[in-house]
Design a protein around this ligand. Sequence first.
Ligand code: EAX
Length: 322
Amino acid sequence: MSTTRRLLLACAALLPLAAAAQTAMKISISIAQNSHQGVAIDTFAKEVERRTSGRIKVQPFYSGSLGGERESIEAVQLGTQELTFTSTGPVPNFVPEARILDIPFLFRDKAHARMVLDGPIGQDMLKAFEPKGFKALGWAENGIRHMTNSKRAVNAPEDLKGLKMRTMENPVHVAAYKGFGIITTPMAFPEVFTALQQGTVDGQENPLSVIMAAKFEQVQKHLSLTGHVYSPAIWLMNKATFDKLAPADQKIFLEAAAAGTKANRARVDEDDAKGVAELRSKGMQVVDNVDKARFQAALTPVYAEFEKQFGKANIDRIRNAR
Ligand code: EAX
């Protein structure tokens, strides 16, 4: 074999690698880049690139430009998209084991939720994603959800009766909100702003981080700090794509996700600290002293149903974790 030919062959053998290095893996969120989720995936992309010295690139997509959360999870499961960062909203439709985390008033506060998710209960649950075609790289945070609407101030659970509200495509949320007397309309997030603007629904519920990132103050007059449910987020990767990575790179992906989660939770804390003042200054009427115990009490019948479905012991194990 001539030297030239040998060289050509060597080059050809390297081609797939070179090509792989050029193609970026996709990661998506359904909300704007300037948000607790944007900072998460931007940090992740930067960390993967830095730690692999640019061998692997990750390209972030924002504002549902690749689809809503359900569509992105589907794409990751199919492998047409490598990664997504999503709330657990549509997750129960793929991994029913995760449903228990979406029960209202399950967590006392963010610290409690973070401890459970990062501890044995949360880490065990990540394994339930594998048989469904996902590698779950870790938990992150969407935040504590509050209610907004265009009709009236919500001071007590009775005020929710008959309000037409967009919910996530999440069976646990839908069951609970019906328990409040809300008329529930499950909808993908990218459609929510227009639905609120056109009055298709009266309200919606989301963490302050999302309300601000989506500029819902432009289409919603009232905000009530109901804090009715904690909303986890999760890093999902196509399992076959993850399995193909060298073990050292797999470790890098896990570490990059952990770095992203750290930045994400710090931003949620910042948003929670300044959110009410900011939204008030933009014209929202905020009820910041609701009696949460009354909202919780309104869900007693729904809770009995959840205890039957999920097992009281399983719920208590999370609620009582210290
Ligand atoms: O993940 O759908 C929702 O309300 C989510 O909280 C939002 O898309 C952020």
